[in-house]
Design a binder for this molecule. Structure first.
Ligand code: SF4
Length: 188
């Protein structure tokens, strides 16, 4: 399956109950040959309304960090979430919702084939890296799994709530930049 076909199938998905309350499926955003992917937990209100990942205030903050290290949604990265539809009132997704939605992300991984995956926040990090990972203690570290490097950093929404942690997140993006220069091609 090609990337556009995957997107069209995903946009019509009704595999779990979240399809009843969503406004839009948030498939993801970026380039399909990205070597770096960013993965969050799931859409919030703004994302649900616009059908795009990481918009609103936390999205703007994320974009500032990205641009500071020469990463751009329309040029060299792909941003997605583990769960593609917004859980009502931003509750945590239920186990059956995770299970129903993960195959979409797995297909995105298989088509994009990233070299580096950055997990934005605890939920994504614990789903994709290690179930007991502490983002507070282990952010900015790289973990190799099946030939792909994974790193966790603080979720932009958490940085808006606690701006004192912004330097920690920025240091993660600097470490990411160094890793990209080490292992990715010249488009970065
Ligand atoms: S959350 Fe995922 S599995 Fe559930 S309806 Fe949306 S796209 Fe489909």
């Amino acid at each position: 399956m090609d990337f556009e076909s995957l997107k069209q199938e995903c946009l019509a998905c009704r595999k779990c109950g979240l399809c009843e309350t969503r406004q839009n499926v948030v498939f993801g955003m970026g380039v399909s040959n990205a070597e770096v992917m960013f993965i969050g937990e799931g859409p919030g209100q703004n994302e649900d309304e616009q059908g795009l990942p990481f918009v609103g205030r936390s999205g703007k903050l994320l974009d500032q960090y990205l641009e500071a290290v020469d990463l751009f949604r329309d040029k060299n990265i792909f941003i997605a979430n583990i769960v593609k539809c917004r859980p009502p009132k931003n509750r945590d997704p239920l186990p059956e919702e995770w299970a129903a939605c993960m195959p979409w992300l797995q297909e995105q991984f298989e088509l994009i084939r990233p070299k580096i995956v950055v997990c934005l926040g605890r939920i994504a990090a614990q789903r994709l890296i290690r179930s007991d990972l502490s983002v507070t203690k282990e952010h900015g570290q790289f973990f190799e799994k099946d030939g792909v490097l994974y790193m966790a950093t603080l979720h932009p929404a958490a940085l808006l709530r606690n701006p004192n942690n912004k330097p920690l997140a920025f240091a993660d993006f600097i470490a990411l930049r160094e890793k990209i220069q080490e292992i990715c091609d010249h488009t970065y």
